[in-house]
Every structure is written in structure tokens, then in C-alpha cells.
Write a protein that binds this ligand. Structure first.
Ligand code: GTP
Ligand code: MG
Length: 328
């Protein structure tokens, strides 16, 4: 909805808001007034509060009925990962209007999964995809166009066209990461983006904020970032996939003397991600195990998949059966 449709907003106010990154009424309605004040340069918080409230009223989104909520959830789509076992663990694939987090040690397959999703998201919904384009935020410099080309070709798709449909953004700092997400609302709406990937969401935050005294700042910023991602997912009915690193937990659990790995990012990521999946290596060529460990609606469970030339695939039946013994 155009900003000029808000009562009292003329061309000049609309321009000021657009220049500040509030490209439409929807974006304005879901932004905290404090942020609108800063970005659009309002002197008083009240002025920003008034404009945000007017945007909400224009959309009629202050309250919705449970029925409207139900209709919204019915619009959710699912995207295949390439592995039926992993799809079914996730309740049918990666979901839109939600954030799915993949966490694991280096080499556990997080980036390979993201690169495969770049291809599968472009499939039509009847083929298991989202029928849209992809926006990829690469914070670690590990995006590989060669690998996407290979995955597309191995799956019988036009590799050149597949690459054309992916917008890549190399992120250099956490500030840069925040800034580019603000611009993503417009890009995603204009370019029919149905999947946003952040690989990884945590690396710059971990690298820049060192020491206990910076932790509160870091977590506040990360929280804001995750909430913006979720808004993007809900407003545009797209899927968001983030990857997260594992960190070792020096306090051994009772009965377990080994230090255990846990996801980085603490409670903020735990609360903000809709579904969390732990990836780990298993014995056997390209074999990996995925475990859902935090989801509001999925049972906890595990499955095996493989990383192959095609990207992510199901493991052959006999390998699945060996799963229990083969974990490293
Ligand atoms: P970090 O980013 O370092 O934390 O790791 P990650 O979890 O992103 O790991 P990644 O997805 O990069 O997985 C790397 C593993 O994928 C390698 O050890 C290989 O086993 C596998 N792999 C990478 N590229 C290919 C490929 O082209 N073909 C196949 N078959 N396997 C690959
Ligand atoms: Mg990676």
C-alpha cells in the first residue's frame, strides 16, 4: 500500500519516509516508532508514534480475528530441501512466514544446504518449491556460484537462469548486515523473492563484540536483526533460513563429562528462530544427521541425508538403517 494513502501524508512526507527506507505502509506499520524517529529524522518521538499508528490504522492491522490469522497461516508455503527425509522432519520442508535455523560445527553442511535451497526455492510450488527468487546474504564469503551451477545442472534445470534469479549480498560487518536488511523489504517485494538466506547470521556479531561487557549490546542488536527478519518473512510470505555456529559449552552436563556443543547466539536466537535444526557429520561419504531440537509444532526427531553432486539428497535406505551405529 502506497504511503500517500495514509490520511495526512502528502508527497513531501512520503518522500521523507521513502528516503529513510520505509517504502510502503506495511513496512512503516511494523517498525518501532523509536526507529522511525531516528531514521526519518523526527525531532519528537510523538510525531513518529503518530505516523506509525496512522499506518497501522490505514492497514486495519491493530487487531485481527483468529479467523484472519488462520487464513494467513493457510497461505504458508513449504520448500523442499532436496531430501524427503529432511523435508518430513521439518513437517514438509522449509516454511514461509518463519525463520528456520541450521546450526552445527564447521563442515556439517549448513552452507551446502543453503546452496541447494537457492535452487529448490525456484521450483514451482507443485514441484516442491516456492516459485520465486532468492536473496542471499553471505557473511563468511562461502557462497559458491560454481556449486549452485552444478546443483542446478544435476537437477536438470537451466543453471544460467538459476544464477540470474539469485541476488547475492556480501556482508562485511554487523552494521552492514543491519543496513542491508532494511533495504531488503523493497528488493524482496519488487523481485518476487521467496527465500532469504543469511549464512551465517552470527559470525560478525561474534567477531566484533568481544568480552562480557559487550554482550548486552550485541544481543540487543542481534535481537533487532532477528525481529526484522521475521517481519520480512510474515509480511511478504517468504521463507527465511539462517545458519548459526556451534560453540563449546565448558560446563559439563550432569553425567556427561565431555564439554558439549551448543548453538551460539544464546537466548536471542533461541527465541527468534521458529524452528531450530542441529546438523552433524556421520560416518560415510557425505552423510549428515539433522535433528530438530526446538520447534513450536514439530516433534523432536532425527534423520539422515547426504551431500552429493546434486546438493542435498536422501541417504540410501541401507545407510539410514545404520544410522545409530555410525554417528561419530
Ligand atoms: P562452516 O561454514 O565452516 O561452519 O561449515 P558448513 O556447515 O557451512 O559446512 P559446508 O556446508 O561448507 O560443508 C562442507 C562439506 O560439504 C565438505 O566437507 C564436503 O563434505 C561437502 N561438500 C562441499 N562441496 C561439495 C561438492 O561440491 N560436492 C559434494 N559431494 N560435497 C561437497
Ligand atoms: Mg558454511
Amino acid at each position: 500500500m502506497e504511503l500517500e494513502q495514509i490520511p495526512g501524508v502528502g508527497k513531501s512526507i512520503a518522500k521523507r519516509l521513502r528516503d529513510a527506507g520505509f517504502v510502503n505502509v506495511e513496512t512503516l506499520a511494523v517498525t518501532p516508532a523509536r526507529e522511525v524517529k531516528e531514521k526519518a529524522g523526527y525531532e519528537k518521538l510523538e510525531a513518529a508514534q503518530r505516523i506509525v499508528e496512522a499506518a497501522r490504522q490505514a492497514l486495519g492491522c491493530s487487531f485481527i480475528t483468529a479467523y484472519e490469522h488462520w487464513e494467513m497461516t493457510k497461505r504458508r508455503l513449504r520448500c523442499t530441501t532436496g531430501s524427503k527425509a529432511l523435508d518430513s522432519l521439518l513437517g514438509g520442508g522449509i516454511e514461509t512466514q518463519a525463520i528456520t535455523e541450521f546450526v552445527g560445527q564447521y563442515g556439517s553442511g549448513k552452507t551446502q544446504l543453503c546452496l541447494t535451497l537457492c535452487v529448490t526455492a525456484q521450483l514451482k510450488p507443485e514441484q516442491g518449491g516456492l516459485g520465486g527468487n532468492v536473496l542471499y546474504f553471505d557473511t563468511e564469503g562461502t557462497f559458491s556460484s560454481n556449486r549452485v551451477y552444478q546443483i542446478a545442472a544435476e537437477n536438470g534445470l537451466d543453471p544460467g537462469q538459476t544464477l540470474h534469479n539469485i541476488t547475492l549480498s556480501r556482508i562485511y560487518t554487523s552494521d552492514h548486515q543491519m543496513f542491508l536488511l532494511d533495504n531488503a523489504f523493497e528488493k524482496c517485494a519488487e523481485e518476487n523473492v521467496k527465500l532469504v538466506i543469511v549464512d551465517s547470521v552470527i559470525s560478525h556479531f561474534r567477531g566484533e563484540y568481544l568480552g562480557r561487557e559487550t554482550l548486552a549490546d550485541r544481543q540487543q542488536k542481534l535481537n533487532l536483526y532477528m525481529h526484522k527478519l521475521l517481519r520480512l518473512a510474515e509480511i511478504l510470505n517468504l521463507a527465511v533460513v539462517v545458519t548459526n555456529q556451534a560453540q563449546s559449552d565448558p560446563t559439563p552436563q550432569w553425567g556427561n563429562r565431555q564439554p558439549e556443543d551448543r548453538p551460539a547466539g544464546g537466548n536471542i536466537l533461541a527465541h527468534a528462530s521458529t524452528t531450530r535444526v542441529w546438523l552433524r557429520r556421520a560416518k560415510g561419504e557425505g552423510k549428515r544427521i539433522a535433528r530438530v531440537f526446538d520447534s513450536p509444532c514439530l516433534p523432536e526427531g532425527e534423520c539422515v541425508f547426504r551431500i552429493t553432486a546434486k546438493g542435498i539428497e536422501d541417504a540410501p535406505e541401507e545407510e539410514k538403517a545404520e544410522k545409530a551405529e555410525s554417528q561419530e
